[in-house]
Design a protein around this ligand. Sequence first.
Ligand code: NAD
Ligand code: LMR
Length: 342
Amino acid sequence: ALNRSYSTKAQKHSERSYNYVQPHASYKVAILGAGGGIGQPLALLIKMSPLVSALNLYDIANVKGVAADLSHCNTPSQVADFTGASELANCLKDVNVVVIPAGVPRKPGMTRDDLFNINANIVKNLVEAVADNCPDAFIHIISNPVNSTVPIAAEVLKQKGVYDPKKLFGVTTLDVVRANTFVAQKKNLKLIDVDVPVIGGHAGITILPLLSKTKPAVTFTDEEVEELTVRIQNAGTEVVEAKAGAGSATLSMAYAAARFVESSLRALDGDSDVYECSYIQSELTELPFFASRIKLGKNGVEAVISSELQGLTEYEQKALEALKPELKASIEKGVAFIQKQP
Ligand code: NAD
Ligand code: LMR
């Protein structure tokens, strides 16, 4: 089943979405930060899903117009808008999947960790509301620095007594999307067939594409491995620099997040063949959080695909060891942020 690339299934699925005929929509999705650069195109893509019956859009401002606009699309989901903290609880009632792209993006010269001071608080407050109103929902964290915001979310959920590690996900799908695109371009492969697992975390060298595990099997020279790995690791910065102060990736991120939402909904809907890479609480390495390929099921993470960490090349093995200190520090920073709160 792992050999089957997601892209093929995604394609089939989106064809179904566009040619929507028979309603079987039944899931409720909320986007927190829905008025932003990621939130708006993500809302559009989720509005196209035949699996969604309700799409709740929350932001601190500018979400009413987005919802009014989107609600005119003749796809099954009902769109509703929620503005400001007083409407957050209502936004989250009975929601199955909560996606969180709220927070500030990078400008040139910044690292993702430079966003910590602002975004840590935003994620803390939003996840507290999730814990209070829809503790059983799948939670997709997009807000950076993901390496720290996911541990922050976990600590908040623990304090609220509702932490289910199988349902908390750091969204790293964009790293996989980029790896697939860049590898297909470099090796002249049909894009739809290419599947590269990406492990570790979501910042700089903590992003580790396992090029040796690319499907279909393909060989790379040492120079190609170095060039592709560095490009995938710096792809976020590539976009930040091209946008020159106007933010970071939004459209490709919305595409990637919509894929992860669709995969989660298919898993909830009983599809037994759903695999994605995601940054989760993990026992795969000595680090408490780690991105790897997982199998998704009705209850969230059903299995961690540990076999992909076996038989790594020397390059990958070294890169894996090299990323651990940075990832560990980012995890500890997130945990400490919550544990030190008065
Ligand atoms: P943006 O500034 O365009 O949008 C962010 C939105 O969040 C705004 O509409 C803002 O009003 C809203 N917001 C701020 N505080 C909020 C709060 N307390 N509650 C609800 N909403 C709030 O930014 P963007 O480009 O959409 O990026 C959002 C985040 O996603 C950034 O942190 C960025 O670094 C991150 N990101 C992650 C990935 C990834 O792969 N995981 C990819 C791209 C961007
Ligand atoms: C990305 O990978 O595009 C995001 O994490 C945004 C960023 O700051 O690079």
